[in-house]
Design a protein around this ligand. Structure first.
Ligand SMILES: Cc1cc2nc3c(=O)[nH]c(=O)nc-3n(C[C@H](O)[C@H](O)[C@H](O)COP(=O)(O)OP(=O)(O)OC[C@H]3O[C@@H](n4cnc5c(N)ncnc54)[C@H](O)[C@@H]3O)c2cc1C
Length: 351
């Protein structure tokens, strides 16, 4: 008998496992490669929505939890995954510069938006109107984190690579039994894989496909993240990640020619140096109709829980949402009503 079974080891699964370790709970993790969102993610943390110059939902609180969370993980796993890097929003017009100044005057935003207009000095980029800089931003190397965390769990004999077989799950009043495993609770952190879950598939998870290119551009020589019609995210060795697309119909993790062309065309509109495409990846962001996470306990089965719906902001949301779920299960603390799955109970269970 263990305290928990965790299904799924993306950003949600890892952050929940960290809650369990911190609180001395025993657990086993089951995950497969059916979803790729956390592995392919750009990994950016940035509190500002750069289309509209507004603060993302609860961004300040999330960032305050996320930074120590990743830094403690770095210490524990003895790796570096957090790179502090400035995000520079390319302005397309004087109007946009003015909108930026207006936004940077607002009390909630002024600690995140620099009030200087940064002049472009990089000849490989067209940015006649300069940039506005977001403060406190950076990138988590999510792929490295997942690979290292999986190995860490393997070394503790706490991880099994397997597709969860729902037919083998028995749900009882005081525990769950899955094959040879018995646990007090089970947490599903399966990203878009939630759609296959007979207990939670009622939740309105839409899923938004995103694709990214990695390019090699020796003449680009850019150290900041540039946000224009697409992001340019500097990696190392003259490599840059370019993305991402947003598609709502296709729910596969397969990269498409159409999205590749879209990214190339958008890049062409402001990049004027040569590059070669090194890789092309795709994943489904677990997005929800009301743009809020899905956190909580099944309305009819008190041993079944869900941690999902991080949309395009998993890096920042995961540490807060996992702590909320843990405290709800173990300490009976309320889940913030905006992310509590109870907001859908009435509609689907008439309760
Ligand atoms: C192109 C792209 C770019 C992005 N860029 C950013 C970014 O810059 N910053 C940011 O914060 N977020 C970004 N995101 C969003 C971010 O990736 C997600 O919010 C986050 O990764 C979701 O994590 P998750 O753990 O909930 O889901 P996932 O990453 O999908 O993880 C779920 C895990 O569960 C496993 N699983 C599913 N079903 C089963 C099953 N039946 N049995 C066993 N295992 C199962 C999956 O294989 C997977 O390992 C991006 C997403 C995409 C697609």
């Amino acid at each position: 008998m263990v305290d928990y079974i965790v299904v799924g080891l993306g950003l949600a699964g890892i952050s929940f496992c960290e809650q369990l370790e911190k609180n001395g709970k025993t657990f086993r993790v089951i995950s497969d490669d059916s979803q790729t969102s956390s592995v392919v993610a750009g990994g950016m943390y940035n509190p500002v929505i750069l289309k509209r110059f507004t603060l993302a939902w609860n961004a300040k609180d999330q960032l305050e939890k996320a930074m120590p969370f990743y830094n403690l993980l770095e210490e524990k796993l003895k790796i570096k995954v957090d790179t502090k890097v400035a995000v520079q929003r390319r302005f397309a017009s004087i109007e946009e510069q003015n909108m930026w100044f207006e936004a940077s005057d607002k009390p909630k935003l002024n600690s995140f938006l620099s009030t200087n207009i940064i002049k472009n000095i990089n000849k490989a980029i067209d940015a006649d109107f300069g940039y506005g800089e977001v403060l406190g931003t950076g990138r988590i190397d999510t792929e490295k984190l997942i690979v290292t965390y999986t190995n860490y769990l393997l070394s503790k004999e706490a991880f099994k690579k397997e597709t969860f077989a729902f037919d083998d799950l028995k749900v009882e009043d005081d525990c769950v039994v899955y094959k040879e495993l018995k646990a007090r609770h089970i947490v599903f952190a399966t990203g878009y894989g939630l759609k296959e879950n007979p207990y939670f598939s009622y939740l309105p998870l839409n899923g938004t496909k995103g694709e990214l290119l990695t390019i090699k551009a020796p003449n680009l020589k850019e150290e900041n993240v540039i946000k224009s019609s697409v992001f340019i995210i500097p990696l190392s060795d003259n490599l840059y990640r370019i993305g991402a697309t947003y598609k709502w119909k296709d729910k596969t993790n397969v990269p498409t020619q159409e999205s590749k062309e879209e990214l190339i065309n958008k890049l062409k509109s402001f990049l004027n140096c040569d590059y070669e495409i090194v890789s092309h990846v795709a994943g489904i962001r677990p997005t929800v109709a009301d743009r809020r996470p899905l956190v909580g306990t099944h309305p009819l089965h008190s041993r079944l829980h869900v941690l999902n719906g991080f949309g395009s902001r998993g890096v920042m949301i995961a540490p807060t949402a996992s702590e909320t779920l843990f405290n709800a299960i173990e300490n009976d603390e309320p889940v913030d009503s905006e992310m509590d799955i109870a907001r859908f109970t009435k509609k689907y269970f008439n309760k």
